[in-house]
Design a binder for this molecule. Structure first.
Ligand SMILES: NC(=O)C1=CN([C@@H]2O[C@H](COP(=O)(O)OP(=O)(O)OC[C@H]3O[C@@H](n4cnc5c(N)ncnc54)[C@H](O)[C@@H]3O)[C@@H](O)[C@H]2O)C=CC1
Ligand SMILES: O=C([O-])CC(=O)C(=O)O
Length: 325
């Protein structure tokens, strides 16, 4: 039997938590032979609801679930954590942009960055889901000076998965036939889903589709606005698909990406494609628990304008949260 992995989840009593925890405990994230200990954090008023979720986890009798901690203290939740999923934050409602949440949510990530710095495993893999995810990840990273900045990532995988399905539906193939999708930049309405480097059954996706109007008026806006469309339809923000994307992100980071493919992660930019000091969505491959940004991809003028616009939004968000660093 392998040693259990300690997985901290914040906002564990929330709607994403309700989809996420059961899949982690079932082995969907780290594999069918990897026991896990769930270390669950929520705020004090949510502890009774969290206790209900823990009762349900108990009632599943998951063979891989080696322990559960429930707490309102980040230092307890993050103690020796190998993986930290920072979900706990307020979701947006209709008519809001995700960056409108910075005021309400930013400070959460100052405190949690500090707590991770103090008590988490030195190799902790951090995924920020709470919005605005990229800038919140930046805040946490900057508040954890003793940890490797590369350990801090933001979730772009939901956008990535959304784009895969849009292309599969447009071209009439299975979603598994679409590879090398990239979502550049911010998890926001400025994100740039790029099909110029993507492939459909090994063929260049943009060339195969060959429909600039669809690209500009349907594909890009549909992916950019999908979160808002879900909020409009459901009255609540995406939860099951967000939890699924978090599982995919961590599974690939820990267990690797497939040969001949890559995934999108929001990771610290250190000059790649001309961006730095941001958490920016990049194509990455993963191996042996580490991710590597795919470099050297072709960037047309069309793509560059969009990649720059989303970088500009990220640097504006960074300027707005200087007081939280
Ligand atoms: N990056 C992405 O692709 C996506 C991000 N999100 C974001 O994820 C976040 C959570 O969404 P939901 O689960 O739907 O929200 P929710 O409101 O159902 O749950 C949030 C939970 O976080 C808890 N919480 C609040 N402050 C906390 C703190 N300081 N520490 C620990 N827990 C705290 C709340 O008590 C609540 O239980 C939102 O910010 C949402 O916008 C949602 C979908 C996709
Ligand atoms: O749109 C939202 O606020 C929730 C989210 O991040 C998404 O669904 O992509």
């Amino acid at each position: 039997m392998k040693k259990p992995v300690r997985v901290a989840v914040t906002g564990a009593a929330g709607q994403i938590g309700y989809s996420l925890l059961f899949r982690i405990a079932s082995g969907a994230m780290l594999g069918p032979d990897q026991p896990v200990i769930l270390q669950l954090l929520d705020i004090t008023p949510s502890l009774p609801a969290l206790n209900g979720v823990v009762m349900e986890l108990d009632d599943c009798a998951f063979p891989l679930l080696a322990g559960i901690v429930q707490t309102d203290d980040p230092k307890v939740a993050f103690k020796d954590a190998d993986i930290a999923l920072l979900v706990g934050a307020r979701p947006r409602g209709p008519g809001m942009e995700r960056k409108d949440l910075l005021e309400a949510n930013g400070a959460i990530f100052t405190a949690q960055g500090k707590a991770l710095n103090d008590v988490a495993s030195r190799d902790v893999k951090v995924l920020v889901v709470g919005n605005p995810a990229n800038t919140n990840a930046y805040i946490a990273m900057k508040n954890a000076p003793d940890l490797n900045p590369a350990n801090f990532t933001a979730m772009m995988r939901l956008d990535h998965n959304r784009a895969l399905t849009q292309v599969a539906q447009k071209t009439g193939v299975a979603v598994t036939d679409v590879k090398k999708m990239t979502i550049w930049g911010n998890h926001s309405s400025t994100q740039y889903p790029d099909i110029f480097n993507a492939e459909v059954k090994g063929q260049n996706a943009a060339q195969l589709i060959n429909d600039q109007k669809w690209l500009e008026t349907e594909f890009i806006p549909t992916v950019q606005q999908r979160g808002a469309a879900i909020i409009k339809a459901r009255g609540l923000s995406s939860a099951a698909s967000a939890a699924n994307a978090a599982i995919d992100h961590i599974r690939n980071w820990v267990l690797g990406t497939s040969e001949g493919d890559w995934v999108t992660m929001g990771v610290p930019a250190n000059g790649e494609y001309g961006y730095s000091d941001l958490i920016y969505g990049y194509p990455v491959t993963c191996k042996d628990g580490k991710y590597t940004i795919v470099e050297g991809l072709a960037v047309s003028e069309f793509s560059r304008a969009r990649m720059d616009a989303t970088a500009k939004e990220l640097s504006d968000e960074r300027d707005a949260i200087k007081h939280l660093l």
